[in-house]
Design a protein around this ligand. Structure first.
Ligand SMILES: *Cc1c(COP(=O)(O)O)cnc(C)c1O
Length: 444
């Protein structure tokens, strides 16, 4: 429905899908297991090669980009800056396709990602991948990348530059698939006839840039009987404030233990708003201009009411997250990563009460929580919640073997973009952009 057969025929489409989800790259035979957990359910989206749900969207999208680079015989370079799980997922996906026409430069702020996340990138040995650390804050590479995407694509350099954060529509498009999958597994668990519109399934999603929940909303728009889409957010709570009271107001980032969902402005809200207003593109354009100019958008009550028909949300502090993580461990013997624990705490706050005995309500309103990462990526947060002993025990019992490999492998020194003492950020960013283009011109 989203790519015409004139652009990609069924055989190639099928091959891309199959290769994106190879059994030997996932450490669970059902790819996304949906399990009973207390009186609720949990859908584990982290069994891919980088232990995070980002593999689900990233792998097919990068195969598509590789396919089109070859078809057009035009090289493509992906540009990413990340503090989280996007970088590792992208780097792995690009090295897996091993197409000389498809390269990636992945940037991270020096010292500001976890050791495990860094190692997932620096241990990859691929001619198509350049890993760069830069001396700056989390989003200081956003401008050089944005500028390059806008300028260099127009200049006819014979190369496509492409961003692959979840503003790339391919990501939420592909992410619809796991929502459909989770719905179908839930229908099996509950003995619901697939497609029964009277038995909707509510879902709780750890939410940052809203890319994952947008995939869920698009699946719902297409007719999948999904009930409420519930966003679990940390104290960087703009998504909660807009769903709860219509306030899409920018606020400064605060550090948390669930840092993959520390988001200042979730750009996918634009897509949610678009569908939620019946594809009112004139209105959405106005809204986004208001947001850009004033950093604040306040929804009128009519629109807020509409948003609340499909969405719920809860704001979870680090303390509440740790409590949920501990409770799931103590009562259900389940160890979650901090982002999944945000969803667990959110489920509880919204009254789903997954830890308690099922009430009649819950029998009628079954909920599934999306688990977005393996605990193996988040030693620090899991240790804060469960103590050193809790972490150590989990490592002994459950640490994934391929994650152990990553930790043992030799790291390649990343390329580095320096700061210059006393130079304004704008000038430094211009220099970084030149260094980035040099990498491409010198064939990595
Ligand atoms: C990226 C990420 C999220 C948030 O997903 P969005 O699409 O940005 O809302 C949640 N959990 C983990 C572990 C992530 O890496």
């Amino acid at each position: 429905m989203f790519v015409s057969p004139a652009e990609i025929d069924n055989d190639n489409l099928r091959e891309i899908c199959n290769k994106s989800f190879l059994a030997d790259e996932f450490d669970d035979e059902s790819f996304v297991p949906v399990k009973k957990l207390g009186s609720a359910f949990i859908a584990e989206l982290f069994h891919g090669p980088t232990f995070c749900f980002k593999d689900m969207g990233m792998r097919p999208v990068i195969r598509f980009l590789s396919y089109f680079a070859t078809l057009r015989n035009k090289p493509a370079t992906l540009l990413v800056s990340t503090t989280g799980d996007t970088g590792p997922a992208a780097v792995h996906a690009v090295s897996a396709v091993a197409n000389p026409l498809l390269t990636i430069i992945v940037h991270y702020p020096h010292g500001q990602i976890s050791d495990f996340q860094r190692k997932q990138m620096t241990t990859m040995d691929s001619k198509c991948v350049k890993v760069v650390s830069f001396e700056g804050g989390g989003d200081d590479m956003d401008w050089p990348i944005k500028e390059t995407l806008m300028k260099n694509n127009d200049e006819g350099t014979g190369r496509t530059y492409c961003g692959i954060n979840s503003y790339n529509i391919g990501r939420p498009l592909v992410q619809m698939v796991h929502f459909i999958w989770i719905y179908l597994r839930m229908a099996e668990h509950l003995g619901v006839e697939p497609g029964d519109k009277n038995r909707l399934i509510d879902m709780v999603i750890p939410t940052g840039a809203m890319g994952n929940i947008t995939g869920g909303y698009m699946a719902k728009q297409m007719g999948v009987p999904i009930g409420m889409l519930c966003a679990g957010v940390n104290i960087n709570d703009i998504s909660h404030r807009v769903i709860d009271r219509g306030e899409f107001h920018r606020k400064r980032i605060e550090q948390t233990l669930s840092d993959a969902i520390n988001i200042e402005v979730p750009y996918n809200f634009e897509r949610i708003a678009f569908y939620n207003t019946g594809s009112n593109h004139v209105l959405i354009k106005e809204w986004m201009i208001t947001m850009e100019q004033t950093q604040q958008l306040t929804l009128e009550s009519m629109w807020l009411k509409r948003l609340k028909k499909d969405f719920r949300s809860a704001r979870i502090t680090d303390e509440e997250m740790c409590n949920a993580l501990r409770k799931a461990h103590d009562t259900l013997n389940y160890v979650a990563d901090p982002h999944t624990a945000v969803a667990m705490a959110a489920a509880e706050k919204l009254g789903y009460g997954f830890n308690t005995k099922p009430s009649l309500d819950q029998e009628m309103m079954p909920v599934v929580m999306l688990a977005t990462a393996s605990p193996c990526k988040f030693q620090k947060a899991v240790t804060v919640a469960l103590g050193v002993d809790g972490w150590t025990q989990w490592v002994i019992d459950s640490f994934p073997p391929s994650a152990e490999n990553t930790l043992r492998m030799e790291e390649n020194e990343p390329f580095h973009y320096p700061q210059k003492e006393g130079t304004p950020l704008g000038e430094v960013q211009t220099m970084w952009r030149e260094m980035m283009i040099d990498i491409v011109n010198n064939n990595f």
